[in-house]
Design a protein around this ligand. Sequence first.
Ligand code: PBG
Length: 307
Amino acid sequence: MRRLVRETRFDPAQLVLPLFVCPGEGVRRPISSMPPHCQLSIDSAVEECREVASLGLGGVILFGLPESKDEEASGAYAEEGIVQEAIRAIRREFRDLLIITDVCNCEYTSHGHCGKVVGETIDNDATLDWLAKTSVSHARAGADIVAPSDMMDGRVAAIRQALDADGFSGTPILSYAAKFASVFYGPFREAAESTPQFGDRRSYQMDPANGREAMREIELDLGEGADMIMIKPAMPYLDLIRMARDRYDVPLGAYQVSGEYSMIMAAARNGWLDEERAMMESLTSIRRAGADFILTYFAKPAARLLG
Ligand code: PBG
């Protein structure tokens, strides 16, 4: 009877798995705070995608660890960059697997910030050019969707214009529209080796206290041409997922971030929480709040459970 009257369901197709791609061959380097996730070399990422495809997941979102980092984030927009090569390798094997790419600079800059650093501040407008070049290089390599996560103002317009000019008017932008300066990204920064070397991200990421401002950020991104929007993190911001769902009739994603995953896994490994139930309850709550799809490190076990 509970099955009959259940209000919220979800499908593996609504889950997206984040992958961290690193140089090398046959590499599966465990990320200690996010078991059993690993940094994967391109060949290992392709293997991972075999499972993603067979489980019927919605797709993958790729993050890259470049061979070397510099002040100009040149690895982010290199035609033969780590993500660009990973896209090509995955696309060669899987014609139909949805490939989303995270567009940001923090994994590629020597200082770990998401934008160009001038003195001790971030130069918002100078960063737009990097983001536009990165997006075009991802689209050329075969990405289906580009997802800017840097939080620079005006990036959606800059990316849209660059994609259109390069013949990719059909490539949609999934904007991390409301992304908060959150402590819950901690484990990700281990995974992506992107901890800022000085200061923090509060000059470009949002104040967790501001919900109305989140709606304004979404509105601005939609005005600039975003096709889909995302709220991040997910569980501490369920109210904003609901608010966005009620206001905007566009595809809405939520990112259940690394710290949300690690908290549940840590508690489960201590025997304090039942892992499966905590996973399913957390994902259900995000769907109930109104997210159409969820980026989550639980994508594979959840899909297995859903059968
Ligand atoms: C890059 C980026 C981050 C995440 C996604 N893209 C880290 C950050 O902003 O510091 C976090 C994802 C997660 O914690 O799982 N800017």
